[in-house]
Design a protein around this ligand. Sequence first.
Ligand code: FAD
Ligand code: NAD
Length: 435
Amino acid sequence: MEYHPGGEDELMRAAGSDGTDLFDQVHRWVNYESMLKECLVGRMAVKSAVPKDYHEEKKVLNGMLPKSQPTNPLAKESPVSPSYDWFQTDSLVTIVIYTKQKDINLDSVIVDYQDDSFRAETIIKDYSYLIYIGLSHEIQEDFSVQVVENVGKIEIVLKKTENTSWTCLGHPLENHNLLIPKKDTGLYYRKCQLISKEDVTHDTKLFCLMLPPSTHLQVPIGQHVYLKLTITGTEIVKPYTPVSNSLLSEFKEPVLPNNKYIYFLIKIYPAGLFTPELDHLQIGDFVSVSSPEGNFKISQFQELEDLFLLAAGTGFTPMVKILNYALTNIPTLRKVKLMFFNKTEDDIIWRSQLEKLAFKDKRFDIEFVLSAPTSEWNGKQGHISPALLSEFLKRSLDKSKVLICICGPMPFTEQGIRLLHDLNFSKDEIHSFTT
Ligand code: FAD
Ligand code: NAD
């Protein structure tokens, strides 16, 4: 029990039954001759009578029943700490992380290999479990990451540069093999290459960045990353929210394969500090991209019936993935409505895509509100207000489960939240995007 890197819980799943399927699923690589033979304590014999004294029986089993766990002072607040293990063949090194969690997926793990250092960060609720090692030998740039969701196991397969046997994985670096609150981990960056830059409106562009081959990173819905550039000798960092490359991706093939590319809709402010520099980058130039942050939880969509999105200007960016996800993955969803606040018609990001989406999917409605329209505009006008909101936020059923997401300039978001409370929406029904 103590020897097993996956812990007692994993072993106990097969206790008293045929564990072959479980073994094949999670442990195909374990070599019986070299490893398991050491663990053989005897053959199981079927006893004819139920033991009279259970405690006596426990002693006979000689430690094979779980011992009482040592008390972990952090146990109440933090998840159970994951553990890891590694093994090798001639050409591959596999690192296995046993997260001991069920809701782990490919978004939960961020892997980087930079300057001979290997780093795998697993996000577990508000915590981060880090494998951070200066590798003893060189590996190739690309690797594979797989997650066995039902057992919470992550497998990272590295390719050796030379077919030699490694005696150790390497030396531990800062916070290696520790579970620490995510807020204490600091931002970790990797250099991404600018692949394309397309005009979307007169001042907003769609940027496509490519992750290095030695990075596995997927930005979860509703989260943002930080972009970093060195401007006149100083590192400048600003947050941006990745989007999908289109609102209609469900209806067309992605132009580039998923996962290696991150898209951003970014407004260029001529008098701004960061965005003009970003705009001056040439295709092929590099920008540093941090690991994702944010407190939006996909569980907020559970059983959702009505989704209302209030976006102003580039505050539309978190709504892009939310829209795509909600319309394809929430079976209970009845209605999605976006109220999109902009100054003028020319400022509306992806207007025709939004209109096409509303035409194709009857659950989706879009309403544009302009604060500085021309005289030809005959749609809604003004700023966020009680009148606009009370008319817009109608539940499809009396007690339908509602989520309202709001994002835009701070005064817009703050005013919006106040108005939503006045309209008796509860805290749980509102998600505001702020840092
Ligand atoms: P800044 O230098 O910050 O200036 C912005 C504007 O304000 C300019 O017009 C400038 O002249 C004016 N200004 C600056 N200082 C003052 C002042 N003291 N008084 C009056 N005016 C002033 N933006 C996007 O385009 N896309 C996104 O996906 C996105 N995601 C974000 C996610 C989060 C979580 C947050 C918090 C922000 C996000 N932003 C996004 C905004 C982004 O982070 C930057 O704030 C924005 O790009 C402006 O940066 P800048 O350095 O170019 O401009
Ligand atoms: P903008 O200046 O073009 O304004 C868009 C609309 O916002 C206006 O038409 C108006 O309806 C509303 N608005 C603006 N100022 C207001 C005020 N003082 N009171 C009430 N309503 C107001 O917007 P922009 O230049 O595209 O800026 C977008 C903002 O969204 C930025 O501040 C950016 O930081 C923020 N943003 C935040 C996130 C996030 O996740 N937190 C993501 C993206 C963008």
